[in-house]
Design a protein around this ligand. Structure first.
Ligand code: PLP
Length: 378
């Protein structure tokens, strides 16, 4: 199988499997137990916390392990809001559903939600941010990198504006970790979310950065695990695997991102030369190296994806969380694409195993499929 859907999830890497398996055998104790079996699990957990903190330039006391990116986004935003008397939030219109749908729920509950707009390249226009801020603004949330277009947002600048106005800044860095440098201090964030399965780690593990001094209320009721912010017995093997995956991703980042940038430009260059009337979605430069999103007008992703799949190629239309729905992606619409065009958007997200040969095969299947569908539709 040629797997070009790494923004949806990644295969767990062998070095990580080894760490998880060892932990499942040796560190299965409950880290909250005070006997030696619990204590050894706790020691490993805290070593992992120390390491993860270093990778994101935080203090260990600022790292909280969770179950995924979605939980972390909910915990950060609801947690911050439950501790602030103001009722308005500012987000971007291209956030992941774990923030966008949450914002709709918050609106139903009486919060005010303002959305920063994307330009036609998928870059959120933060020049309007200050005009959105009022004395009622409780928090600002902007993703680090978009999951559909891969566009990297101006989070550093957003952090500066948030700091200047004394408003907590939440950043969803789920797609950014291990692909670009994520330094929580540099972006002046109050909270940042991470997820393991996007970087060849196990599923069901995430992390929250919570700046020391920022108070959030837990959103689950239970024990005092994860420093009273997130109860529930920690998934020690999963966390150790996540931290190993982060270590490897960061170690290999520079070289791998360069390789992926070249590969993705090669891919796009051939697609634009060989398939007529296509449209690139997202900025060509300010992006994650491994993400290319393209509209193939006159077709739909709903038809192309199964054709690719039948030929052993996995890609996706829109984000995985909304696949199965035929409504156009909110991210692609935000670039100014029309509804029918948006329905033809396909995301190709490359990874560690992607080689040039895979892309050559993908291009020939894609070209044939697009031309055939267009002929049938004309
Ligand atoms: N935020 C972004 C930008 C994502 O791409 C995703 C997953 O696709 C999430 C949050 C949710 O992460 P998880 O799948 O770990 O819940």
């Amino acid at each position: 199988m040629i797997y070009l859907d790494h923004n949806a999830t990644t295969p767990i890497r062998d070095e990580v499997i080894e760490v998880v398996q060892k932990a499942q055998r040796d560190f299965w104790g409950n880290p909250s137990s005070i006997h030696s079996i619990g204590a050894s699990a706790l020691a490993e957990l805290e070593k992992a916390r120390d390491k993860f903190a270093q990778y994101i330039n935080a203090l260990p006391s600022e790292v909280y392990f969770t179950s995924c990116g979605t939980e972390t986004n909910n915990l950060a935003i609801r947690g911050l809001l439950s501790n602030i008397k103001f009722q308005d939030i500012i987000i971007s219109e291209i956030e992941h559903p774990s923030i966008l749908t949450l914002s709709e729920k918050l609106e139903e509950e009486g919060y005010g939600v303002q959305k920063l707009k994307s330009d036609s390249n998928g870059i959120i226009d933060i020049t309007t941010l200050e005009s959105f801020i009022s004395e009622k603004t409780a928090l600002i949330s902007l993703m680090f990198a978009n999951n559909e277009t891969g566009v990297v947002q101006n989070v550093e600048q957003t952090g500066i504006i948030s700091l200047k106005n004394n408003i907590p800044f939440h950043c969803d860095a789920v797609q950014a970790l291990g692909k670009v440098n994520v330094d929580v201090k540099k972006i002046n964030a109050a909270t940042v979310s991470f997820s393991s399965h996007k970087i060849y780690g196990p599923k069901g593990v995430g992390a929250l950065y919570l700046k020391n001094g920022t108070i959030i209320n837990p959103q689950f009721i239970g024990g005092g695990q994860e420093k009273k912010v997130r109860p529930g017995t920690q998934n020690v093997p999963g966390i150790l695997g996540f931290v190993k995956a982060t270590e490897l991703a960061i170690e290999e980042m520079e070289k791998e991102q360069m390789r992926l940038f070249e590969l993705s430009e090669y891919f796009y260059g051939r697609v634009v030369n060989e398939i007529k009337d296509i449209k690139r979605n997202g900025d060509a430069g300010q992006r994650l190296s491994q993400t290319i999103n393209i509209c193939f007008p006159g077709t739909t992703a709903e038809i192309i994806i199964p054709i690719l799949d039948g030929e052993g190629i996995a890609a996706s239309g829109g984000s995985a969380c909304s696949s199965g729905s035929t409504s156009p992606s909110h991210v692609i619409l935000a670039l100014g694409r029309r509804k029918m065009e948006s329905l033809s958007a396909i995301r190709f997200s490359f990874g560690r195993e992607t080689k040039r040969d895979d892309l050559d095969k993908t291009i020939s299947v894609l070209k044939e499929a697009v031309e055939r569908i267009r002929r049938l539709n004309s």
